[in-house]
Unconditional design. Structure first.
Length: 117
């Protein structure tokens, strides 16, 4: 039972960080204008512009949600590896957020032609 509680705590910490900073990561990768959840979120995102490139995570709403789901699934998979120490699992789960996010953002951005001229 103790292992389950530790895994749940690790996933709660890592998952919360991902959910809170997901939109900040979106702006970091796409420079789209998204802000922190407490500072307007997607209010200034280029998705609201009539012309020009639109943020792939916002433009393809379900694809953006799928990226967050992939991040959380990777974090969960790392969290439940009880053969590792809790600190190693926490570090791995936190690192999974930008790693999975970067790969997913690159794939979706290239597929969408976001960085093309």
């Amino acid at each position: 039972m103790k292992k389950v509680l530790i895994a749940a705590a690790i996933f709660a910490i890592a998952g919360t960080l991902s959910n809170v900073f997901y939109i900040n990561f979106c702006n970091f990768v796409f420079q789209c204008g998204c802000r922190s959840l407490w500072a307007g979120a997607a209010m200034a995102c280029n998705i609201h512009a009539a012309h020009g490139k639109h943020c792939p995570w916002c433009a393809h709403e379900y694809a953006g949600y799928a990226v967050l789901a992939l991040m959380l699934m990777a974090q969960f998979a790392i969290t439940v590896q009880t053969s590792k120490s809790p600190w190693t699992r926490l570090a791995g789960a936190i690192v999974a957020f930008p790693t999975v996010g970067a790969v997913s953002a690159l794939a979706l951005g290239l597929w969408d032609g976001y960085w093309s001229a």
